[in-house]
Design a protein around this ligand. Structure first.
Ligand SMILES: [Zn+2]
Ligand SMILES: [Zn+2]
Length: 817
């Protein structure tokens, strides 16, 4: 009979749901395992292959851990706010709330059909007021501590999405992370979270967590700690001082000009009359450039002098002040001391504008390039001469500090997190603007500030919330006069920065999350999700976690103890995309083969962290495996009702077929355990396929050994093919399902000892002896045994060996003359 997946899969799904087997008792903390997947973004109504590949194998791992006796908590929820739903509303007129609710309904149904063991009791969605109320609450706590603030600054603006973006959301090529449009710069008053306050701890904490090295490196680079000094340059004929940050204070004798960011407030104060027009024209010309474009290494350097001179504090020399777009107001102090001899960018600039170049580090004799960045003895540097870079740095910092010209300084590349968005479908920022009292935070007791349903979505750069009069007009909580609510909403990365805490008890109303449970269950033990979140979600969540700890809500330093990124599935080696028309639609295959086959095949394709390449042919092979497995279990239906096999057998008492099968079963358990524990589903499944192959001799075994084997096989099947596993377990006569009473079988150590075979040894075609060697031994190993045998030696001594032929596990033939 063909494996009737369309009856069996819904049957078990209903059974699991009715018996509530996946509702985790969080009061039990022995062997607790919080297994979390990055929750789903319900921008469409269908699970695509990426969802299946993320959630299916990861769920199999959780199922395996449950069998091994862990109290596994695996929740699922919806990252429900965000731009796609709003853009969809602009296109179709369907309200984001309505489309999101429909998508969630559809997705929930599909996740259940996948055969997942999510605890649906813990389900949450970020667009619910009882959830986003706490985003607002976190905002207010940050505000109280001075960590949420509003400032006017040049920010990244996506013209297509009509909203600002955080630096983390602008890709390296200067485009919007969401829609690929080139991002421009705009001056706007926006809300920021002071993530920079935590820069050092965010950096240090990386050493304490078990995350992929590449992801940690990306965060390290993003935070970008550099050591150096702040140096003060006097300005000729002015009281003003120019502060520069440099990582190479040892090169200060080679500073031949100073560069200010064109937006720097000092520019207006210091520019001399005859240079004013040039400065204005230059500022206009760079207005629309993004920071990424401005600092691009390939872009030709531009800039203009402002007519004033700075004084190099170490030698009193006058050096010209310039403005150039490569100096950024947001990095360091917005002022740069230019040292063309030791900096490529400065070299290029100095060469173009004919500014002096002084080397202060002696390059090696064979050095061919322009600026020299390496180590070497200081030259042209007075009291630093002869010192190598590190020593020279120490000495110059001492000198600067002693003479009040500067001090040692650490700098970070990380900027504060820009959280305002000029969009509708997000959390309203709980602030009221009063013409008399200024910005007033909403009282905690008045939370949530609810998102109104009725707004005009497209309002040309203004926030849609300002189009709802009832929402936007409000009385000032302080003076009772007319005031307006903040019309911007929060970056939706706020929603995902603490959701793992809320899962523990999503219904709690008295506090942001259940503190008692968090003490026991946080950090998350295993977190699985895409690598693209390295410097966004995964950084923000660490920041918010540390902040919540600092206000006394958490006792742990990090949210996710272990992290793993799933790979991606390609089609014939190419990335799947709608435009290429090569997208594999899971529904086509689950309809034909069922969810288990589809899951199994995805896992079999390659190592989970690398992904694999799709093939229609491959999935039919997996289907045959499922079919053959089902046939065998059907054949031995209810065998456990007749036979109760032992937990362990003495190998010596088994016949050869039984012995071989018994060993294979135990070796399979051992192999499977090691592989699946490390997310190597492909090799774990390969081990099951080998075991199935061994079952072809099952009829030659006693029913006891058959029952012993099938019990174990069903258990190993159940994590990777959950419905089939339960069905097989049930077929052979178990009353309680594996989900109700998880089972794991330990291996029999004696059965793990490697097998040996007898190899016939011939000399010139005549059998001289047989020797026992380990199964599948290579020729070199067998040869050693062969040539040690007396019976062989006496036939080859004093003769010339012409040839040796080895047939693995069978014959070793020596031809002599
Ligand atoms: Zn965009
Ligand atoms: Zn007021």
């Amino acid at each position: 009979m063909r494996y009737p997946f369309s009856e069996i899969e819904p049957k078990w799904q209903k059974y699991w749901e009715d018996k509530k087997v996946y509702e985790t008792d969080l009061s039990k903390i022995d062997n607790k395992l919080y297994h979390l997947n990055m929750f789903i973004y319900p921008s469409g109504s269908k699970l695509h292959i990426g969802h299946w590949y993320h959630y299916g194998p990861s769920d199999s791992w959780a199922r395996y851990k449950k069998l091994k006796g862990f109290n596994v908590f695996e929740p699922m929820g919806y990252d429900a706010f965000g731009l796609p739903a709003e853009n969809y509303a602009i296109k179709t007129g369907i309200h984001p709330y309505d489309s999101t609710m429909q998508n969630i309904k559809d997705i929930r149904r599909q996740l259940k059909k996948m055969g997942s063991m999510y605890d649906w009791n813990a389900e949450l969605m970020t667009c619910a007021p009882e959830y986003y109320k706490w985003n607002q609450w976190i905002f207010l706590q940050l505000y109280k501590k001075g960590l949420a603030y509003r400032k006017n600054a040049p920010v990244n603006w996506c013209p297509k999405d009509q909203t600002v973006l955080a630096n983390e959301q602008v890709l390296a090529d200067g485009t919007c992370e969401r829609c690929g449009t080139v991002v421009i710069q705009k001056n706007l008053t926006q809300w920021f979270y002071k993530i920079t306050e935590y820069a050092e701890e965010l950096l240090e904490g990386l050493d304490k967590i078990n995350w992929p090295e590449k992801t940690k490196l990306m965060q390290r680079n993003w935070i970008g700690k550099s050591f150096g000094a702040e140096i003060n340059f006097d300005v000729e004929g002015s009281e003003e001082k120019i502060k520069v940050f440099t990582t190479r204070p040892d090169t200060v004798f080679g500073a031949t000009y100073v560069v200010l960011a064109p937006e720097h407030p000092l520019v207006d104060k210091l520019t001399t009359n005859e240079f004013k027009n040039g400065v204005e024209a230059y500022r206009d010309s760079i207005k629309s450039l993004t920071e990424i474009e401005r600092t691009s290494t390939v872009k030709e350097k531009t800039g203009v002098p402002i007519g004033a001179n700075a004084i190099n504090p170490v030698n009193g020399k006058e050096i010209p002040i310039w403005i150039a777009d490569y100096a950024l107001l947001t990095y360091g102090t917005g002022c740069v001391m230019a040292v063309p001899g030791q900096d490529e960018r400065d070299w290029e600039f100095a060469t173009k504008f004919k500014l002096p170049i002084i080397r202060t580090v002696e390059p090696p004799k064979d050095f061919q390039g322009d600026a020299y960045l390496g180590d070497g003895p200081a030259i042209n540097s007075d009291f630093l001469n002869g010192l190598y870079v590190e020593d020279a740095k120490k000495k110059i910092i001492e000198w600067l500090e002693k003479n009040n010209h500067g001090a040692e300084k650490i700098n970070y590349r990380l900027r504060d997190w820009l959280i305002s968005r000029q969009r509708y479908w997000g959390t309203p920022i709980p602030i009221i603007h009063c013409p008399k009292c200024g910005e007033i935070p909403v009282d905690e007791k008045d939370l949530p500030v609810e998102l109104p349903y009725k707004v005009q979505f497209k309002s040309e750069g203004a926030s849609p919330l300002s189009s709802n009069e009832g929402f936007i007009n409000v009385k000032c909580p302080k003076c009772r006069g007319d005031a307006k609510r903040e019309a911007d909403t929060m970056d939706t990365f706020m929603d995902s920065s603490w959701y793992y805490l809320r899962f523990l008890n999503p219904k709690i109303d008295s506090e942001i999350f259940d503190k008692e449970l968090a003490e026991k269950w946080i950090p998350v033990d295993m977190y699985v999700g895409g690598a693209e979140h390295a410097t966004m979600h995964l950084l923000y969540a660490r920041f918010i976690h540390k902040f919540l700890r600092d206000i006394g809500l958490l006792n742990s330093d990090e949210p996710f103890a272990r992290l793993l990124h799933q790979g991606t599935i390609t089609n014939n080696g190419a990335k799947m995309s709608k435009s290429k028309g090569n997208v594999v639609n899971p529904d086509d295959f689950t309809a034909k083969y069922g969810a288990d086959v589809f899951r199994l095949y995805l896992m079999f394709m390659g190592p989970y962290e690398l992904g694999g390449d799709w093939s229609d042919k491959g999935i039919s092979g997996t289907d045959r495996f499922v079919q053959k497995t089902y046939d065998i279990f059907t054949k031995f239906k209810d065998i456990l009702k007749k036979i109760t096999p032992e937990e362990i057998y003495n190998i010596e008492n088994l016949n050869d077929d039984e012995k071989s099968l018994y060993k294979k079963v135990n070796q399979t358990i051992k192999k499977y355990d090691e592989e699946i524990n490390n997310f190597r589903f492909n090799t774990a499944i390969a081990a099951l396929m080998e075991l199935l192959n061994e079952l072809k001799n099952i009829d030659r075994c006693t029913e006891e050994i058959i029952a012993y084997t099938l019990k174990r096989f069903a258990v190993l099947l159940s994590p990777v093919a959950p419905h089939l596993g339960e069905e097989c377990w049930n077929l052979i006569g178990n009353n309680l399902s594996l989900s109700e009473k998880p089972v794991w079988f330990e291996t029999d150590k004696n059965a793990l000892i490697e097998d040996s075979v007898n190899v016939a040894v011939q000399v010139n075609g005549k059998l001289r002896t047989t020797i026992e060697v380990p199964l599948n031994s290579e020729q070199a190993i067998v040869k050693r045994f062969v040539f040690a045998e007396e019976k062989v030696k006496k036939h080859i001594d004093s003769k010339k060996i012409v040839k040796e032929i080895y047939v693995k596990n069978k014959i070793y033939n020596i031809v002599v003359k």
